[in-house]
Design a protein. Structure first.
Length: 395
């Protein structure tokens, strides 16, 4: 209902303006015509002509609703009405302006021909014969020129309105496009964040779960363990399971917080500073790990975190697919140049007892790419499997 009233209001003010312009011109003409010296017979003719003028103006106003579906017809009818009615000038201006908004030249030429032909007939035949305007200040040629200017002003107004509508429509479309792009950007960001969280969960949990799987598998086929050794292996399984649950809670806690103001701060992600602890865990799990390379000072935090995740995932893969084989971790870097991380191990004699490979290496390749580097992995001619990452040193 409010929208209907708004549309009716937007149309009514135009009709009202056309009526006001027509009535004002009719009053001005009446004052000029009646100010002259007229005989009683002429007064009767002039009175009838003025009444006809006003009646035709009302009829022209009633034609205006046709301008939306039949703009040329409305412009021609109101333009022809101006031949005998100055009160029709307001409705004619509105009809011509509405026709001009269509931006088509041929209909405007037709409407201009009708309007100017009516102006010529009115100024040279109708007004001298029925309103007796000779010597009253009306110059027929000047009046025709003024009619042409009036028609041109109506056309210019219509063109301006059409241009403004097109501009508003364009701005509205741009706003809608911007909203859609913003929604798409938000969706892409959410998907990227979900992928990041998935990689974080994989990196955090795969290491611990692989150790649980390794020790549980040892218990399943080792029947030579005494009670103390069995208890020690069970304790290792319990401790790694507890750590896995704790780290899972941390990741899910960050996910649940959703950036809320009262959310607890996100725990810091591990960097190469925790690499000795990671290697110690791997050795405690029964892997033979050799670290080749000293401390690389001055590493940016993001680069250090990415390198740690690469080492962590590569150790997990080695333990899963080549259990019992020695692993070599090598770090080499030049400040402000590139950091190279390499983890290699001999290929196992057969398929590992763990499950099929997952998406860990794919996630690491994405991490390296996001950091501006590269990561390659695969078997070598010497029978070893290597994961090699080259990461740019970005301070």
């Amino acid at each position: 209902m409010p929208e209907l009233l708004l549309r009716l209001g937007s149309r009514s003010w135009r009709h009202l303006l056309a009526a006001v312009v027509g009535v004002a011109l009719w009053c001005a003409q009446t004052a000029v015509v009646l100010s002259g010296t007229l005989t009683p017979a002429q007064q009767d003719v002039v009175g009838a002509a003025l009444v006809l003028d006003f009646a035709v103006g009302v009829a022209a106003l009633a034609v205006l609703p046709l301008r939306r579906r039949h703009p040329l017809l409305a412009a021609c009818l109101t333009g022809a009405a101006c031949t005998v009615s100055v009160a029709s000038m307001g409705p004619a201006a509105l009809a011509v302006a509405s026709l001009a908004t269509r931006r088509r030249r041929e209909p405007l030429v037709v409407a201009a021909s009708v309007f100017l032909a009516g102006a010529v007939v009115s100024e040279f035949l109708y007004r001298p014969g029925f309103l007796f305007t000779e010597g009253s200040g009306f110059e027929p040629a000047s009046s025709v020129v003024l009619s042409a200017v009036f028609f041109a002003a109506a056309v210019a107004t219509g063109r301006y309105a059409a241009t403004r509508r097109a501009l508003v429509r364009s701005l509205s479309e741009r706003a809608l496009t911007a909203e859609r792009e913003q929604a798409l950007t938000a969706r892409v960001a959410r998907d990227a964040e979900r992928n990041r969280i998935a990689r974080e969960m994989h990196d955090v949990l795969a290491h611990r779960i692989s150790m649980v799987t390794l020790h549980a598998g040892a218990l399943s086929y080792r029947d030579d363990l005494d009670r103390a050794q069995t208890a020690e292996v069970a304790h290792t399984i319990q401790e790694n399971a507890r750590l896995a649950l704790a780290e899972l809670r941390e990741v899910l806690g960050v996910l649940r917080s959703g950036g809320a103001a009262d959310a607890s701060p996100e725990p810091p992600q591990p960097t190469l500073a925790q690499l000795p602890a990671l290697l110690a865990d791997a050795r405690e799990a029964g892997s033979t790990v050799r670290f080749d390379g000293g401390e690389v000072p001055g590493l940016p935090e993001t680069l250090s975190r990415t390198a740690f995740r690469i080492v962590q995932e590569a150790l997990t893969n080695a333990r899963r697919h080549a259990p019992g084989e020695p692993v070599v971790v090598r770090l080499a870097g030049i400040a402000d140049d590139v950091l190279e991380v390499e983890i290699s191990n001999p290929l196992g004699p057969g398929p590992g007892t763990a499950s099929a490979p997952g998406v860990g290496l794919l996630g690491l390749a994405e991490r390296a790419e996001l950091a501006g580097g590269t990561l390659v992995h695969g078997p070598r001619p010497d029978g070893s499997f290597a994961v090699t990452a080259r990461l740019p040193w970005q301070s």
